[in-house]
Ligand binder design. Structure first.
Ligand code: NAP
Length: 329
């Protein structure tokens, strides 16, 4: 099969497509012939073994630590494709079923491949009218948003929810999901993203450049999903209701960062996405009934993974960057 195989994590790797053996499947797994993949900032951070040195503390801000000592490595977690074989314990899927999901995160997903061995519990059936490209996008980014809005916090109708980076991979799903849950959604973004944030359903769009957090009337927020991480604790202090949670996504928080949030009386925490059967099945339902759509920022052939990484690295993608597999419909 075709796959992008690395001997070790190496930011200079050409991410070239080579030949590799089709993986075996365990009893609880299915073999998926991939039609489309999605990439995420964490793919790049993992390839680069991204570390943050801040406040005298070093944090490895990716999945790289999970791959220490592992060789060969196949990066990637997000797939959409068709089941070609099922493990002996699998009753949920049969050969020929179209599926999508985030495979084994955090862990070794091995998604950049023509065939992926995936736990059946990490996949959902792809709604028939949703393309493989759109389904591939609604995986790590969508599960992150859904787990934050419904697992780590439960958004209620009428909640005032602020979402940063609301037009990126995570944010564009989060805005739509929060609206679906009945929240009043405030999007905080760069001026160029205002139209899209509105189109996604934000009730209000604030521009970083012109919104003066120190003097503006308090936003009275019940919840903040901070996907972008551009603002510090003082920015949020006057705008969250007492005890309201703020989930910070870009990396783990250093002890000093945590102290800064605490000093402002904020209930802030880093949250990390994990593969979860009921979450991906919820997302399949949201896609099926049109409550969320995948905004596709660009589609790259599998052979152009390096260019796709460069596009993702810019941080300006509106929605998801998708990788189309060879000979897929
Ligand atoms: N903890 C987890 O489990 C988890 C899961 C998924 C993603 N993440 C992290 O969450 C972040 C967003 O992920 P994503 O998939 O939405 O990424 P993305 O699609 O690349 O997000 C793009 C958006 O990020 C904002 N942005 C760009 N450059 C930035 C910068 N230098 N500083 C701050 N914000 C910047 C921009 O929004 P504005 O112009 O509106 O600011 C842009 O529209 C990433 O750091 C990613 O690693 C964490």
């Amino acid at each position: 099969m075709k796959a992008i195989v690395l001997e070790k994590l190496d930011p200079a790797a050409p991410l070239a497509v080579t030949e590799a053996a089709v993986p075996d499947i365990a009893a609880d797994e299915v073999l998926v012939k991939t039609h489309a993949l999605a990439i995420n900032p964490v793919d790049i951070k993992t390839l680069e073994d991204y570390t943050i040195v801040r406040d005298g503390e070093t944090i490895r801000g990716s999945a790289a630590s999970l791959l220490d000592g592992v060789s060969p490595i196949i990066l990637g977690w997000d797939i959409a494709g068709v089941v070609t074989a099922v493990g002996t314990d699998v009753t949920k899927f049969k050969a020929g079923d179209a599926v999508f999901g985030m495979v084994r995160f955090p862990g070794h997903g091995k998604a950049y491949a023509e065939y992926v061995a995936a736990p059946a519990a990490h996949l959902a059936a792809k709604p028939a009218h949703i393309s493989f490209d759109a389904a591939a996008g609604a995986t790590l980014a969508a599960v992150t948003a859904w787990q934050c809005l419904t697992r780590h916090y439960s958004v209620k109708a009428g909640d005032r929810v602020l979402i940063t980076a609301p037009t990126g991979g995570v944010g564009h799903y989060a805005v739509q999901m929060a609206k679906h849950l009945g929240a009043y959604v405030i999007a905080l973004t760069s001026g160029g993203n205002t139209a899209l944030a509105t189109e996604l359903g934000a009730n209000e769009v604030l521009d970083y450049a012109t919104f003066d957090a120190a003097t503006a009337a308090p936003l009275q927020l019940d919840f903040v999903l901070d996907a972008g991480g551009r603002n510090d604790a003082t920015w949020f202090a006057r705008h969250l209701k007492p005890g309201a949670p703020l989930f910070y996504l870009p990396s783990g928080l250093t002890k000093v960062q945590q102290q800064r949030y605490a000093a402002q009386g904020l209930n802030a925490a880093f949250k990390m996405v994990t593969s979860e059967e009921s979450a991906i099945e919820d997302i399949a339902r949201l896609l099926h009934d049109g409550s969320i759509v995948t905004k596709i920022a660009g589609v790259y052939p599998f052979t152009e993974m390096k260019a796709a990484f460069a596009a993702q690295h810019k941080g300006t993608a509106q929605g998801k960057i998708i990788i189309r597999m060879p000979a897929s419909a």
